[in-house]
Design a protein around this ligand. Sequence first.
Ligand SMILES: Cc1cc2nc3c(=O)[nH]c(=O)nc-3n(C[C@H](O)[C@H](O)[C@H](O)COP(=O)(O)OP(=O)(O)OC[C@H]3O[C@@H](n4cnc5c(N)ncnc54)[C@H](O)[C@@H]3O)c2cc1C
Length: 394
Amino acid sequence: MHLEAKADDQAFREEVQDFLTGHLTPELRQAGQRTMGICSPHEASQAWQKILYAKGWAAPSWPVEHGGTGWNAMQRHIFATECNLADAPMLAPMGLDMVGPAIMGYGSARQQAGYLPRILSAQDSWCQGYSEPGSGSDLASLQCRAIRDADDYIIDGSKIWTTHAQHANRMFCLVRTKTSGKPQQGITFLLLDMESPGVRVEPIITMAGNHEVNQVFFDAVRVPRANRVGAENEGWTVAKYLLEFERGGRAWGARLRGALANLQRLAKARGIANGGLSQRLAALAVDVTSVEFTEQRVIAELSKTGRIGPASSLLKTRACAVLQAISECGVETIGNYAAPYQPKASQWGSNVDAIGRADELAVVGRYLDQRARSIAGGSNEVQRNIMAKLVLGM
Ligand SMILES: Cc1cc2nc3c(=O)[nH]c(=O)nc-3n(C[C@H](O)[C@H](O)[C@H](O)COP(=O)(O)OP(=O)(O)OC[C@H]3O[C@@H](n4cnc5c(N)ncnc54)[C@H](O)[C@@H]3O)c2cc1C
């Protein structure tokens, strides 16, 4: 792996830039600019994924045999960075970055053939059913029960904080199939159809005013046994494997680079980029670069060993802290214009006039939403425990 851009890389960068110029419509760019949470507006993200799919670029990190691009680590980094700098909508991670790799790693040939092409083409939208009320950090204590009935499992219970469950037609979830013994050894990994009878989705509105997360209820929901990934009671292994991709395989460096460029634009537009804010911006730029380098190390490890490993916890914790610092600086940059509450004007596609500049509309929502970054995907404290144990050997 090399870390400096070479001449070939520059040609590749230009190819990506040309593609983005030709295919990112103003509406799609606005969806990227108005993204506050983990996901961009669902319709925009799906539309953009279909455009990338038609070009063969929907899943750069996937192996070529499953529809990946065959790009090297530097090309993938360039692509993700250019997409972020151009304000492309983010692609929903639950399918491409989370359950996709888990199905490749642990799914049967039949599951791979059935699910992976539909993830790639954005025909299916996925959500993640891990957390439960009372089982977040202590995930292995989960209680959502699945009982075998001939060729089906019957699920009763609930999942919470389920991102974009309101848009998803599929969920990957962890269920309890054994109550005796070690809690980790009684968990099974299932794939379910969100349109199955007995599934109910209730919204949870965040402090940023967004409907991004939900609580999902299961009332005697039948799931065919064929939808189980891995063996019964061995879902914990699949779950942990998937979490490494959730924390480490998310192009954090590129995302931070895009967020920083956005902040620099805001500061310039307010005429303070070279004044009081310049030192802050420079310090943030150093932080972003350090995350990019850490990410390249993690990617190198992945290509060597096939596993992202516990360094994913380091990357996630650090990247989220920098993302939060950038969003905080954004609020300070727009000053008084952070005060007006403008939930309607700030929505994607809204034609309500903004108070202040239109490109500042997502700043406060993003700042509020980024607070959740230290919890979502595993809280900072728990990530530090993982690092202490598995990275430092304490
Ligand atoms: C925006 C958002 C989106 C999410 N999306 C999803 C999703 O799509 N699917 C899904 O399944 N889940 C999702 N989650 C849930 C997320 O994974 C959990 O919130 C997270 O794992 C923490 O669990 P908890 O909320 O139950 O907090 P708790 O586990 O109750 O933790 C509360 C506090 O105690 C601390 N703590 C707990 N245990 C320890 C320990 N051993 N040592 C030190 N400190 C500890 C934590 O760090 C935290 O500060 C999402 C969460 C958020 C905020």
